[in-house]
Write a protein that binds this ligand. Structure first.
Ligand code: NCD
Ligand code: ZN
Length: 347
């Protein structure tokens, strides 16, 4: 196939950051996605509806003229989040709330230390039908970083999904066979996003032949059997799995450092990389459901009416991009070739 037209996709897990960085990140996503679930891990975190709606406006201000991209806003749950915060968020058009275990990832210091204390909040979220988005990793120092997702399932996620059977739960950026099996065996209230990097890479791509900081993200890349399980999940076409890039920019100097940040900036090539992945797996015909239908249905939002066309025309991802502050960032898969491009996009 040389040409593929699909319903305009949505990105169900995205970091846009704030300030002048929005001048880079917002156009990069809005060039091909109609909507995106915007992560709230700013400094300080986005913990209430007022902050989220102010952030929404800053994002909209960074949109190229005439682009109708729609940011879907999220709240960052903390030990202080109340049931009233959720009710107010629902009234003020906030789409979802994000659970980061304290210390799990970038800017998660303010996050939740005792999950049980949030049970009343989960109850309200279930009542008002607000999805709970979960960064599914425990952070205990004695749990190996490669086991943190599985231990989170066993200790917490299985408990939450059983105790709140009506709560919509998105298990974000899953990385293991255990997570795939958990999602498949759960009710239809439980879905999951899968990133391009976790489909394309495994931990060899992070650690063999030298350390590769631009392939470092959290949850960390796992063994190839886990990568294979994620690929099998998308090949199955199961509607519980949908697109979430977890595009998470950090300046080059913050990635290539002695304590390098976690996150891959994939927005420049996101839908194109997914097209390559699906083609490689022999299921290009399943890209549209994964990218443009499954997530919208899970969130009970309308499927987009517009379309995008991808054409087979190889191009190279730049080695570096200059941010609005003048400093460089290295995009995910920099210098590598992508086979698909969006019709009408830069050459
Ligand atoms: C994300 C970031 O940098 O904000 N990093 C990452 O490696 N994915 C945070 C996150 O989603 O965990
Ligand atoms: Zn993320």
């Amino acid at each position: 196939m040389e040409k593929l037209t699909i319903i305009t996709p949505d990105d169900w897990h995205l970091h846009l950051r704030d300030g002048d960085m929005l001048g880079e990140t917002v156009p990069a996503t809005a060039r091909c996605f109609k909507r995106a679930i915007v992560m709230p891990n700013l400094v300080p975190p986005v913990t209430n509806a007022t902050m989220a709606n102010e952030y929404r406006q800053r994002i909209l201000n960074a949109l190229p003229a005439g682009n109708n991209f729609q940011p879907l806003m999220t709240l960052y749950l903390t030990d202080q989040t109340t049931q009233q915060d959720i009710i107010e968020a629902k009234e003020k058009n906030i789409t979802a709330a994000k659970l980061y275990p304290a210390g799990a990832t970038t800017n998660s210091n303010a996050a939740v230390s005792q999950l049980e204390s949030l049970y009343p909040v989960f109850e309200t979220m279930s009542e008002v039908k607000m999805p709970l988005l979960v960064h599914g990793e425990v952070t205990d120092g004695d749990i190996d970083v490669f086991d943190r997702e599985k231990v989170f399932i066993d200790r917490h996620l299985s408990v939450i999904t059983q105790r709140f059977p009506g709560l919509l739960v998105v298990f974000e950026h899953i990385t293991t066979k255990d997570a795939v099996e958990f999602v498949i065996s759960s009710s239809d209230k439980v879905g999951a996003t899968i990133t391009p990097q976790h489909l394309m890479l495994n931990r060899n791509d992070l650690l063999v032949g030298g350390i590769h900081p631009h392939n470092y993200c959290l949850p960390v890349l796992k063994r190839n059997i886990h990568q294979q399980a994620l690929c099998d999940a998308v090949v199955s076409g199961n509607a519980k799995f949908f697109l979430g890039t977890d595009s998470a920019p950090h300046e080059k100097s913050r990635k290539e450092a002695d304590c390098g940040c976690a996150g891959c900036y994939s927005a420049w090539s996101a839908i194109e990389l997914y097209a390559d992945i699906f083609e490689g797996l022999g299921v290009l015909d399943k890209l549209e459901a994964f990218a443009s239908i499954n997530g919208a249905k899970f969130y009970d939002l309308p499927v987009n009416e517009s379309t995008i066309t991808l054409i087979k025309s190889p191009w190279q991802i730049p080695q570096e991009i200059t941010l609005p502050n003048g400093r460089p960032i290295v995009p995910f898969y920099a210098g590598k070739t992508v086979n698909w491009r969006i019709e009408g996009a830069r050459s």
